[in-house]
Design a protein around this ligand. Structure first.
Ligand code: ZN
Length: 151
């Protein structure tokens, strides 16, 4: 299981880093926030269009390492069309997934394709890269604009 995930992790990260999905600045987003991970230098801006309690559009811009870019790309795919509540609970699930003990079998139920990021828990320095976009999403939804920090 972990070996399959590890391989999938590498190919998925490479693919999303090369061709990030939803990498654009939308017209008049209802929510947006900036995120910065000083440990790695990753920067991201997350844009959302929220209507009737649902994330109808999600996109991002930024520059950073492959993991931060791939994570932001996959996050926008995962939350697009989801109720805000679900997007926030996915933040919690994703956070648990990447910060769990490396020895434990990761809890991948309910996170879909994001399960590949379970591999990150073996590289503690990379956890902040993987969670940056998610912290920024949370900040956009809850504060509507302050800079999210991974600290
Ligand atoms: Zn990084």
């Amino acid at each position: 299981m972990m070996d399959d995930l590890r391989e999938l992790y590498q190919t998925t990260i490479l693919d999303h880093n090369k061709k990030p999905r939803n990498f654009r600045v939308p017209d008049g987003p209802s929510h947006e926030a900036d995120g910065f991970n000083p440990l790695c230098g990753d920067k991201v801006t997350v844009y959302l269009q929220v209507q009737d309690g649902r994330v109808i559009d999600a996109s991002f811009q930024g520059s950073g390492c492959a993991i931060s870019t791939a994570s932001a790309s996959m996050m926008t795919e995962a939350i697009k069309g989801a109720p805000v509540k679900e997007a926030l609970s996915l933040f919690e699930s994703f956070h648990d997934l990447v910060t769990g003990p490396a020895m434990d079998a990761p809890e991948t139920e309910g996170v879909g394709k994001l399960a590949v990021f379970a591999g990150v828990r073996e590289f503690p320095m990379r956890v902040k890269c993987a969670t940056l976009a998610w912290h920024t999403l949370k900040s956009a939804l809850e504060n509507g604009g302050e800079t999210a920090k991974t600290e």
